[in-house]
Design a protein around this ligand. Structure first.
Ligand SMILES: [Zn+2]
Length: 422
């Protein structure tokens, strides 16, 4: 079984809602960017990161051509920690794309000292600027008694939200920053942030109970649910799967069960489809020990952890142990209505990364990472000897409309990307 930390699920919700909330600003118009691209990250000059000073920059993957392009296209930029690259200190987990602009937090030390800044990068013009800094947030809220402003990052609907906390981690308020102009405002304590846009000016708000989603409700942008505060699926502990557009009334979710110690029982998770309008639900996959999937058309696409996984190599450095491909190189798909499951493709030589799955228009993109245990170097460090095996990474694109598969190995970029690691 795969082991996930529940935290990863929350992160999934936060990161995947980016795609959705970026669509709401244009109401019912769809951002064509996502028909071709998704934003990922890419190591530049990081073959030996600590030695060369390489950095990770955001990049856009074109699912039609299979090409990965770093967002910093300045031909004079060396993309190293001592350069002026706007992406030094970039982390994909704290980034948000909306209307052609990538917003991201960076932690870095420059001539002004250590900085924690929210940046905006215009994809069209390649211009970047600072939206707001931690320092400005601290100053703004010093009067309200916040010792530190906290790091509860969340972006939604053209705003960046932050919880204000004191040194004992008690919440003492909330603020938000308007991304377009960097203005800061304090917002009421009971402010709720929508998780996704639904339709007709309505948003989905998750109802939380002890950190676990206990259903959801619909409300306008302000979170004002109306008189009855009508919560759907209130009797269930669920993980709502936001990594697809809600193109019809169907919301996908997994039920969560926990043991007496609170640990998640992944093997007891079930994937459900819930029709919001009809308030009807049905089981899609009875045993679905995962939360990583994408939805295209009437199908969900995902990988599974195979018990009888194919052997793909031998590791001589580890007592000749057999190396297996746990995914089997299989991308599965299940019809949401009928529950029928089949293989979208099967490529046993490719070790798929089930968490690195994306929908791009009508295509499914999944990352792979193959390790060649017969091709390695021995690296000696002060912590001992390490085997560095050759690794090949890339992406496989499944075109759901054409039924075709494209394999795109990640090319070694200038001065070498990370292709060898332990
Ligand atoms: Zn750069």
């Amino acid at each position: 079984m795969k082991h996930h930390n529940p935290i990863s699920l929350i992160i999934l919700s936060l990161t995947t809602l980016l795609t959705l909330s970026s669509c709401q600003t244009e109401e019912d118009t769809h951002d064509p960017f996502f028909d071709t691209y998704y934003i990922t990250d890419m190591g530049l000059n990081v073959s030996t990161a600590h030695q060369s000073g390489g950095i990770t920059v955001p990049a856009k993957f074109n699912a039609v051509t299979g090409t990965l392009t770093p967002l910093c296209e300045d031909p004079l930029c060396t993309h190293t920690v001592d350069s002026d690259c706007p992406f030094i200190g970039y982390s994909k987990n704290n980034s948000y794309y909306e209307d052609g602009i990538l917003y991201y937090w960076v932690n870095r030390t420059n001539t002004a000292g250590f900085q924690n800044e929210l940046m905006a990068y215009n994809m069209e013009t390649a211009a970047s600027h600072v939206v707001v800094t931690d320092e400005e947030l601290n100053e703004f809220f010093a009067e309200s008694g916040a010792e530190s402003t906290g790091y509860n990052y969340q972006f939604a609907n053209g705003y960046y939200y932050r919880r204000l906390r004191d040194d004992n981690d008690n919440t003492i308020g909330y603020c938000r920053v308007r991304l377009s102009d960097g203005s800061i405002e304090e917002i009421p304590d009971d402010t709720v942030v929508p998780s996704a846009y639904y339709k007709n000016g309505q948003y989905i708000f998750v109802e939380y109970n002890g950190g676990i989603a206990n259903g959801f409700y619909l409300a306008d942008e302000t979170g004002e649910p109306g008189n009855d505060h009508d919560v759907h699926l209130a009797d269930k502990q669920i993980a709502i799967l936001f990594d697809e557009e809600i193109t019809d009334d169907t919301l996908l979710y997994c039920t969560i069960r926990r043991d007496e110690n609170g640990a998640w029982l992944w093997e007891e998770m079930t994937l459900w489809a819930y029709n919001i309008e009809a308030r009807e639900e049905h089981v899609v996959i009875e045993s679905f020990p995962d939360v990583y999937l994408v939805r295209v058309g009437g199908y969900v696409y995902y990988t599974l952890y195979l018990d009888d996984a194919p052997v793909i190599g031998i590791n001589e450095n580890y007592n000749g142990k057999e190396v297996v491909n746990r995914s089997g190189g299989i991308l599965w798909r299940t019809d949401i209505e009928t529950g029928e499951t089949e293989k979208a493709f099967e490529l046993p030589a490719y070790t798929l990364i089930g968490t690195d799955i994306h929908r791009v228009g009508e295509r499914v993109v999944i990352g792979y990472q193959n390790t060649d245990y017969s091709d390695y170097i021995v690296e000696t460090t002060d912590r001992g000897e390490w085997y560095q095996y050759k690794e090949t990474t890339g992406r496989i694109v499944f075109d759901t409309a054409a039924g075709t598969v494209g394999i795109y190995e990640e090319e070694e970029v200038e001065n070498g990307s990370t292709i060898i690691s332990d």
